[in-house]
Design a protein around this ligand. Structure first.
Ligand code: PAF
Length: 282
């Protein structure tokens, strides 16, 4: 596996593959790999001939009061794991190269960035869209793989690629879960053993919503109210938002018309966790 931090070098390598007709798949990450990331790499491996994993903790997607400095990092372990999963190149750029001192260009995907996490984290998706567009420009992959756990992020990226005619095919991988249902996330490492027990409340809420809708409930407020009650019955859990609405437009309606997206963010003390699922009619 080749390890690169220089943008020009990364561009050169990707170009040499392209000239040989090799299909390149990019997996953008912020590192601290768990099984979710490794599944994205395995999927990328099955999709193309060359796999690039980018590892960049993107300052532009963290708010001033967020966890940029304490975001978990273990680059040595990440490099080892990427190599074990057949990655051809790991790209670890410096923040000062990605954002030069005069950087002033930002990508704003308006509608789909607005609600859900966009409402709680102003500027977050602008930072995500900008860095992903930059990574696409540097690596020029044929495809890129993202996890469905960040459902809104996936919609933002798909919208950006469509609107800006970016020639990259976006692929998604289902959320990978712990045995008790907790969605894998680098942020799970912040949880104490007690908080880890509480964290299962997101998956329990998903299960409850699925059951209520399967049993015929179609009133959004009724379902959402029950989910609030369930989550707040767990120690130190506080709902940030619960969204139940259209998976494409990310608009909410008082009547639930499956397939519906349930997406939620919950604080377990200071750790903010997210999860989602698509709920069909049966
Ligand atoms: O999902 C992530 O880890 C990040 O938001 C991404 C897509 C790598 C952009 O920084």
């Amino acid at each position: 596996m080749i390890k690169i931090s220089d943008i020009t070098e990364m561009r050169r390598l990707a170009l040499s593959w392209r000239q040989k007709g090799l299909k390149t798949v990019l997996v953008p990450t912020m590192g601290f790999f768990h099984q979710g990331h490794l599944s994205l790499m395995d999927m990328a491996r099955s999709l193309g001939q060359k796999v690039v994993v980018s590892l960049f903790v993107n300052p532009a997607q963290f708010g001033p009061a967020e966890d940029l400095d304490k975001y978990p990092r273990d680059i040595e372990r990440d490099v080892r794991l990427a190599e074990q999963h057949g990655v051809d190149c790991i790209f670890i750029p410096d923040a000062s190269d990605i954002y030069n001192a005069q950087h002033q260009t930002w990508i704003e995907v308006t509608e789909v960035s607005r609600g859900l996490c966009g409402a709680s984290r102003p500027g977050h998706f602008r930072g995500v869209a900008t860095v992903v567009a930059k990574l696409f420009n540097i690596v020029q992959p044929d495809m890129a793989v993202f996890g469905e756990k960040d459902f809104q992020q996936l919609q933002v990226i798909r919208t950006m690629v469509r609107d800006l005619d970016i020639p990259v095919e976006i692929k998604s991988h289902p959320t990978v879960r712990e045995p008790d249902g907790l969605a894998m996330s680098s942020r799970n490492s912040y949880l104490s053993p007690e908080e880890r027990k509480t964290a299962v409340c997101l998956f329990r809420a998903i299960q409850l919503a699925r059951k209520m809708i399967a049993d015929g409930e179609r009133n959004r407020e009724t379902v959402v109210k029950r989910l609030y009650e369930l989550i707040h019955s767990y120690k130190d859990a506080k709902v940030d938002y619960i969204f139940l609405g259209d998976p494409e437009t990310l608009a909410e309606n008082s009547h639930i018309s499956p397939p519906a997206l349930l997406a939620l963010a919950v604080y377990v003390n200071r750790t903010r966790l997210i999860d989602n699922c698509i709920i069909s009619a049966d």
